[in-house]
Design a protein around this ligand. Structure first.
Ligand code: ARG
Length: 499
């Protein structure tokens, strides 16, 4: 065995072969920080070359346990896979292996029962678990870290954690799509104004409008799925950065943890967080989509629109204005997009310019990743709940199409089709007709035929067929168009694609 000191120098704190010190001295609430390897106060897991412990502020800036404790399940799973592999490779005895695996199971139960004492002096989740393992199983605990480093350990934990989040988020997004699809189907023929520049543009159906979000969420799911494919390789066994001289089997640990394969380069394995950035970038786009829908809910529930009502369950009252029903959940989903984009930005900036391989800067990855994942989960759940309860006001939606000469495009199209006008000229003629309707303060279909003919003498009574919003919507049968029949087809197809 190499001198402990030599190992410390080679891998800094990590590839220890054996921990010194009697089992009973490590891991207790008060004993862990000032026991075992080093002098009083030095970290028992790497303090061999340290004469004294850290400054109080050093401990505070260094410790990640307050947040990375969330990785406990992944950390334990990764350690058990590593341990079993060490046994199979003859690097660890069966007896030690069994003790370690059982001890880790105990720790898992302790953490889940809330009985585990986390200590800042032990920095992070990896060392908190290892110190406790030493208390539980003694010397064998120190052999677990053979041929591994916290650098590959944390990269492995984080990949497993993000992978779990992607899977949970995918299920949540599917539920969101289901809520959208149910509303879209129920209101496939509810006519409303479609907008560009937030000005009435052409009539569409409420179902068609909602189906736009089904597609967006579908692409969001696709982005997460793509990220998951690239994420799903195992860093374990990269050790501190250079690999290890022990005869490990990286294929085996990769397979045991559900990874497709081991990462091909040990330096890359411990250095990059692009998998998390991809997750967060996909999350930022998702949050942006949610914020647009949230903004529409806010608009629709405004009295000026009156297009829909949110349920009591997703609105709040005002402490001073008794009449109010505020769409707080929608506003918060809208606002939380800023937070998700901020989290992505934070990690991008942390990673920018970092030399290979691991740098402690990278410990700053976790809080934005966790916050991003939590915020997305909450936003998606709130949006799904709001949509499930949403009551569109079909009469108000239809009424809103009466303003804005919303079938003007249909009139222009008719001039092209029936009279053979070039579209540009038809556009011009229609503009003149709109001006007259505006002057009379009436809808296009209310203009008398002779007034239309003053603008273009060849217009006949047949034009009235295209001027109603029902006809305008029903006529848009092109693939992906707003005709209710098309919307129903799109709903059925989307159920097959997404649910
Ligand atoms: N807590 C650390 C992190 O989150 C674990 C890796 C520490 N590695 C090291 N060489 N100090 O990044």
């Amino acid at each position: 065995m190499a001198e402990p000191d030599e190992l410390e120098m080679a891998d800094r704190e990590d590839t220890r072969v054996e921990a010194e010190g009697p089992a009973e001295t490590a891991g207790g609430p008060d004993s862990a920080a000032d026991s075992a390897a080093g002098s009083a106060g030095a970290n028992p897991l790497w303090g061999g070359r340290f004469a004294s412990g850290p400054a109080e502020v050093m401990e505070r800036i260094n410790a990640s346990i307050d947040f990375d404790r969330r990785l406990y399940a992944q950390d334990i799973k990764g350690s058990q896979a590593h341990c079993r592999m060490l046994v199979r490779q003859g690097i660890l005895s069966e007896r030690d292996g069994e003790a370690i695996v059982a001890g880790l199971d105990t720790i898992l139960r302790e953490i889940e029962a809330g009985d585990f004492v986390f200590e800042a002096a032990l920095e992070d989740i990896h060392m908190n678990i290892e110190a406790r393992l030493k208390v539980l199983v003694g010397e064998a605990a120190g052999r677990l870290h053979t041929a591994r480093s916290r650098n590959d350990q944390v990269a492995t934990d984080l990949r497993l954690w993000v992978r779990d989040e992607i899977d949970a988020l995918d299920a949540a997004l599917q539920a969101l799509q289901a809520a959208l699809l149910d509303q879209a189907e129920a209101h496939a023929d509810a006519i409303m104004p479609g907008y560009t520049h937030l000005q009435p543009a052409q009539p569409v159906t409420f179902g068609h409008h909602l189906m736009a979000y089904v597609e967006m969420i579908g692409r969001d799911r696709g982005r997460f799925a793509d990220a998951r494919i690239r994420l799903n390789e195992s860093p374990l066994g990269a050790a501190a950065l250079a690999g290890t001289s022990f005869p490990i089997d990286r294929e085996a640990t990769a397979a045991a943890l559900g990874f497709e394969r081991p990462m091909a380069n040990s330096i890359d394995a411990v250095s990059d967080r692009d998998f998390a950035l991809e997750f967060m970038a996909s999350g930022a786009i998702l949050a942006l989509h949610l914020s647009r829908l949230a903004e529409e809910l806010v608009l629709w529930c405004n009295d000026g629109f009156g297009f829909a009502t949110l349920s009591d369950a997703y609105t709040t009252g005002s402490s001073i204005m008794p009449q109010k029903r505020n769409p707080d959940a929608a506003e918060l989903v809208r606002g939380k997009a800023g937070r998700v984009i901020g989290a992505l930005t934070a990690l991008l900036v942390v990673m920018k310019g970092l030399p290979l391989a691991y740098g402690k800067d990278m410990q700053e990855d976790k809080e934005p990743i966790f916050d991003c994942a939590d915020t997305l989960a909450l936003s998606v759940a709130a949006m799904t709940g709001m949509l499930r309860d949403l009551e569109p006001n079909r009469a108000a939606l239809a009424r809103a199409t009466e303003a804005g000469f919303i079938t003007a495009t249909d009139l222009a199209d008719w001039l092209v089709r029936a009279l053979g006008l070039p579209f540009r000229e038809a556009h011009h003629v229609t503009g003149e007709i709109v001006r007259r309707a505006e002057a009379r303060n009436c809808r296009l279909e209310d203009l008398p035929l002779d007034e239309l003919q003053q603008v273009e003498p060849r217009i006949t009574a047949a034009v009235s067929e295209v001027l109603s919003v029902e006809q305008a919507v029903a006529s848009r049968t092109s693939f992906g168009g707003t005709a209710p029949a098309r919307v129903r087809e799109a709903v059925a197809a989307a159920r097959k694609r997404f649910l």
